[in-house]
Design a protein around this ligand. Structure first.
Ligand code: AIR
Length: 206
């Protein structure tokens, strides 16, 4: 069994507010970004594999019962003919955030169109393709929850401040490198609020 940090144990004991659903376990490496971000923001969550096509009954049952179970936001990631978010949105009044994934051989365009082009009346808030979309889905879920939770709002403020500091540091490195007439060391490190960084251990789908 994977070792989980204290923060995750505490979160596991709380009622999950966000569900992270994915069409296959092959989606996990990308959807883990959403889990990691929710852990950082201290938001109780649960991850499941459910397929709109391969397990439609279970998918519908989950969507119909999600509100009563206490979930407040549903994140759905799928690739190829990515109908998971739409199928879930069809059966719940909770906000559904769709993450198109690049697994169908068309660079994710297939999943993007399948997720975003919902008919009027059944919205899916569609994020970017891939890891950025998974990360942003978690942040957007936190922003929705923060409407009624000052602690989550505070953590989001911290995240914004950390991002801004990160850009300043990158600019400083660029200036220093130019003064020394060398190329700057570039990185795409993920931005984390300082307090959350300590809390993140290895993530675990519960
Ligand atoms: N998928 C699974 N059921 C319906 C869809 N659209 C998607 C998964 C995954 C892709 O099909 O979300 O991105 C390939 O799944 P697998 O299990 O073959 O690796």
């Amino acid at each position: 069994m994977k070792r989980i940090s204290k923060g995750e144990e505490e979160m596991a004991a709380e009622r999950p507010l966000v569900a992270i659903l994915m069409g296959s376990d092959s989606d996990w490496p990308v959807m883990a970004a959403a889990v990691e971000r929710l852990v950082e923001l201290g938001i109780p969550h649960q991850a499941h594999v459910l397929s709109a096509h391969r397990s439609p009954e279970n998918t519908g049952r989950f969507a119909r019962s999600a509100r009563a179970k206490g979930y407040r936001v549903l994140i759905c990631g799928a690739g190829a003919a990515a109908h998971l978010a739409g199928a879930v949105a069809a059966q719940t009044t909770l906000p559904v955030l769709g993450v198109p994934l690049d697994s169908g051989g068309l660079g994710g365009l297939d999943a993007l169109l399948a997720t975003v082009q919902m008919p009027a009346g059944v919205p899916v808030a569609t994020l970017a393709v891939g890891r950025a979309g998974a990360d942003n889905a978690a942040i957007l879920a936190a922003q929705i929850l923060a409407l009624g939770d000052a602690r989550i709002a505070g953590r989001l403020e911290e995240l914004k401040a950390a991002m801004s500091r990160g850009v300043e540091e990158k600019d400083q490195r660029l200036q220093e490198a130019r003064l020394a007439n060398r190329s700057p060391a570039v990185g795409t490190s993920r931005i984390r609020p300082a307090r959350a960084r300590a809390r993140v251990g290895r993530t675990k789908a519960r």
